[in-house]
Write a protein that binds this ligand. Sequence first.
Ligand code: IPM
Ligand code: MG
Length: 360
Amino acid sequence: MNLHILVLPGDGIGTEVTREAVRVLHAVAGKWHHRLTVAEGLLGGVAIHKTGDPLPPETARLAADADATLMGAVGLPEFDDAPPEKRPEKGLLGIRKALGVYANLRPVRAYPSQLDSSPLKNHLVAGTDMVIVRELTGGIYYGTPRGIFENGAETRAVNTMTYTRAEIERIARMAFQLARGRRKKVTSVDKSNVLENSQLWRRVVTEVGREFSDVELDHLLVDNCAMQLVLNPRRFDVVLTENMFGDILSDEGAVLAGSIGMLPSASIGDRKPSGAWTGLYEPVHGSAPDIAGQNKANPLGAIGSVAAMLEYSFGLKEEAAAVNAAIEAVMQSGKVTADLRPPGSPATTEEVGQAVCAAV
Ligand code: IPM
Ligand code: MG
């Protein structure tokens, strides 16, 4: 198969972790005789530095041409005081929208070999296996009006949370379909005791749920969900939620997996005529500028994202399973980065990448 990939390393540790993920893609391509071509593009702070734009038009064009895109991370402290429109993050939001990847799938698993990496008690975390399905191209991240408005002596900041029925329906269908291949349970998360947006969300999810009578559906308020995630994480199979709630809950989920460096994600839109998914693959972690350039970052989230790419964008289930098995084998061997607190001296980013390749 021809695999034409665009890599957007972005900022901070993005460069290091995507390098290892691409190394693993080459190992897979070599073993299964696929023809891999890799292009590279600019996104985020590095793109602002080189072009003045966090999402240069050239990057959007390269992404549209590629079969799938792998993103590292965006964000640099020097932009902390810049308005949202001029920040690296704006590039990521822009490319998600441009590719129409409205469903962000974030699997959270507690690997038996990593239970001690979680600050939570082992017996609470053991057996955790869920996917957070985060709506990715709507809600308060994109709603208008937005901005900071000066009006005489007073200053007002406005953001708008907005969802249409159609936007909720398509993400809900994605969640129910995913649940069918898992433990057949969807938990929809909202704040319907306060927000009209959430009232529509709950109503539409309930309606879509009737089409999936084989899948159990329950609803949780987001504050309660935040608590249940750490009290009883095994109760969750598929967690379906809107953009900002999903952003927040998935960082909380990272505590269950031992480290945010572990978490992969797949951002997908509709199927292409070929049956493959349009996809943007991104580890959940950020750019971690404090450890950037030190060969310390955990590349497993990026490598897991490549496994998701093989599965969703190329339908290469055997290859995807091999990468996931290799990740598990490497974790069991104890050759992991410092964030996972290995008993011996921690491995470097590069060593972990090489070990995954060897295991593949
Ligand atoms: C994430 C990140 C992004 C988001 C930022 C970098 C814009 O936190 O993917 O979780 O909020 O979506
Ligand atoms: Mg986030």
